[in-house]
Design a protein around this ligand. Structure first.
Ligand code: ADP
Ligand code: MG
Length: 413
């Protein structure tokens, strides 16, 4: 049987031979992710559930003479050469910031990379589509460098050993540092965590404050994870995201002195009961934002229990409740996203669905009985198309394993 990563690796081999000549010696593979429950909870110190998906990035290459890391993105048909002893930022928004950032963050963590490298990057996670191609790229690249043995003091064996999760968490934190401090995006830990900790037919749980985490079975065979892209621009979310953070912060400020705490105080330290009790004294917008976040935490707790008892139907209902809370309290849905969910609810095999990520535009994520996935996609395409005149892009995915690396034998010709 062909492994699911073979097609990407084949493309990487062809590109590598064309750009550098010869064969890559090692590869890293890492998936994108979807958020299943726990919307806008990460920066509020709350709880999230996600899944890694079978859309991924492969980085394949070998060691090279000198102190330069040379990368080619096959997707963008562009190259970059990173001087390993003086890694500088490229312009904001450039893809090279991610590869340079990974080299920088690994060097900060373990010391300068041991040798130059040359490698190609190829992925099938849509870029900038909310499925976290950026974390997939970062994790695949980090894993490739570790697999190749050029990261001082880190061997790939440590990540697959029993204590592998410890090393994975350290790596996730290192990659978040890359994104926060080098790339300049103020994201939480969820994306890197999901790409590194995924498991086939499992959902992932993360407590963003304590970093407690778990993998929960979605059933065997698990449902399809169907991502429906409304094709509305995520740019809409830019200013809104910061506005929501500020609105949550107003509620944090109102509670900070009322609730005993040590260290940083998060919105998630407030209970739903405390919020209800203080309702009339709170800012009328902020209190609804807070109710969304705190009820999301509660839905994650219930979602974990539902999956522990094998109840994927109850889990699906929680996703729909999350969507209603986004629409009514957090105001981060949109007409297009509401229409997509309405179309999904009427389609065959639907278990539950909600907007994914920041909201306001972009994608919905749906759990769908595996055997109905193709019919589901067709039904959503048709009914959303009739209503809006737009044919949504639909990705039928499965929950996938997390990142890994491997040494490569020369391809058989
Ligand atoms: P998302 O993570 O939701 O896909 P982001 O804006 O966070 O959206 O990250 C997308 C960016 O990640 C791309 O614009 C590009 O800079 C980088 N990226 C991801 N995959 C690749 C790739 N295969 N080649 C080059 N750059 C990539
Ligand atoms: Mg991203």
């Amino acid at each position: 049987m062909t492994a699911s990563w073979e097609p990407l690796l084949s493309r990487a081999r062809v590109a590598f031979a064309a750009r550098f000549g010869g064969e890559p010696a090692a590869m890293g593979w890492a998936p994108g992710r979807v958020e299943l429950l726990g919307n806008h909870t990460d920066y509020n110190g709350g709880l999230v559930m996600s899944a890694a998906i079978d859309r991924a990035t492969v980085v394949a290459g070998r060691r090279a003479e000198g102190r330069e890391a040379r990368f080619v993105s096959v997707n963008l048909d562009q190259a970059d050469a990173v001087p390993l002893d003086a890694i500088e930022r490229t312009e904001s928004g450039a893809w090279t910031r991610y590869v340079r950032g990974v080299c920088w963050a690994l060097s900060q963590w373990c010391g300068p990379l041991k040798s130059g490298v040359e490698a190609v990057i190829v992925g099938d996670v849509p870029l900038g589509g909310g499925l976290s191609s950026s974390a997939s790229l970062q994790s695949a690249l980090a894993w490739f460098l570790i697999q190749l043995g050029v990261v001082p003091g880190r061997s790939s064996r440590a990540f697959t050993h029993d204590v592998g999760d410890l090393h994975r968490m350290e790596l996730a934190l290192t990659l978040r540092r890359c994104e926060n401090e080098f790339v300049g995006v103020g994201s939480g830990l969820l994306d890197q965590f999901s790409s590194l900790f995924g498991r086939a037919d499992h959902a992932l749980f993360l407590d963003c404050e304590t970093m407690a985490h778990d993998r929960l079975p979605l059933g065997k065979p698990g449902p399809a994870i169907v991502v429906c892209d409304s094709l509305t621009s995520r740019r809409l979310a830019d200013g809104m995201y910061d506005q929501r953070r500020a609105e949550c912060e107003r509620v944090v400020a109102a509670f900070r002195d009322r609730i005993p705490h040590r260290g940083e105080f998060h919105l998630s330290w407030v209970s739903l009961e405390q919020l209800e009790a203080a309702w009339d004294q709170l800012d009328p917008v902020g209190r609804r934002r807070a109710r969304h976040v705190l009820s999301e935490n509660e839905r994650v707790r219930q979602g974990v229990e539902a999956l522990k008892s094998g109840d994927v139907i109850a889990f699906g209902r929680l996703m729909l409740a999350s969507q209603a809370s986004s629409r009514d309290d957090f105001d981060n849905s949109s007409q297009a996203l509401d229409e997509l969910i309405a179309a999904a609810e009427a389609a065959p095999g639907f278990l539950g669905g909600k907007l994914s990520g920041a909201g306001w535009a972009g994608c919905t994520v749906n759990l769908v009985r595996a055997e109905c996935a193709a019919d589901f996609a067709e039904a959503v395409r048709t009914s959303y198309g009739v209503k809006t005149g737009i044919t949504p892009e639909i990705h039928i995915c499965r929950a996938a394993d997390g990142a890994f690396g491997r040494d490569l034998e020369p391809a058989q010709s």
